[in-house]
Design a protein around this ligand. Sequence first.
Ligand code: MG
Length: 372
Amino acid sequence: MKRKISILGSTGSIGRQALEVIEKLEDKFEIIALTAGSNINLLNEQIKKFKPRYAYANDLKAIEGAEPLSLEEICSNKENDLILVAVSGKIGLKPTVTAINNGIDIALANKETLVMAGDIVMDLARKNGVKIIPVDSEHCAIHQCIKNILQVDKLIITASGGPFLHKSVEEMKNATVEQALAHPRWNMGRKITVDSATLMNKGLEVIEAHHLFNMDYDKIEVVVHPQSVIHSAIEYVDGSVIAQLGIPSMHIPIQYAITYPERYEGIKTHSFSFSEIARLDFEEPDWDKFKALSLAYQAGNIGGSATVCLNAANEEAVFAFLDGKIKLFDIIDTVERMMNLHNTKANPTLEEIFEIDGEIRLKTQELLLKLA
Ligand code: MG
């Protein structure tokens, strides 16, 4: 039987790679729906090739070859066995909640879903018996390592360190957009690449790991590992460490997430070789240079709306940086100032989360105007 899948964000980096995986495994999947934002040309090409029944784009009238539906309608269609949430930004949260409420399993690549509303989303998934299978390489690695979560003592999340790992604070302060976007290992979207340069991305992943694996923050450790071969690891209570390794390619975790619990050859191109890699290095993160990481732990430990504030302030500041309006370090200063100003609300509802997100964004934009 074919697995019936929809992809939210099929024209983005993860969505395109997911379709490459599905192309290799075409006898295993039937595509119910593809969705995009404004990249209508690519969406229509994908519709022609993969023949989904439904599609969504910002401009519904521009869709050719599939029945246009809203994101909510696509995510409440119980024909879906699995929905890959590969959109970036807060737009991913509501459709994910809809899919969970309809008992549809989720392959999750959207960071905001758990950073903004991890408690609500994981609780709903438990109540509805829905599997949330992580796509991000680190969480995918941990997912593969864990057999019994109760025996796990520590999660070890690896970080490549990004383009400024061994650059001075001074060089990082004055970095250009191009330098921040030149990630040494991973080819990703612009926003996440800047987050990888500040290590905010790793901070957001720590928050996601806390929710996905129900692990206290003091049991989640970040280690810098520039080769990005070990995608993450766990330590069991008896001191045994299990790690997941592979070449740094997003195809592998995407394929794992959408075929789980099966495994297929699919996208594999060549066999893994330890001798080709030759060496693996590790170091403690530089907490002074990468303050974003401390801020993320801080927000996670406070909980409630604190992580909503962290995420919203960061995203607005990253956009300002990409527009050339502020410097790289201003991103983190902005996030810190917004967090200091924020009155945390414990256990916010989904509506309150969106309200707080909107307020933080407005206030952050005002602050950024003064900086620019
Ligand atoms: Mg990652």
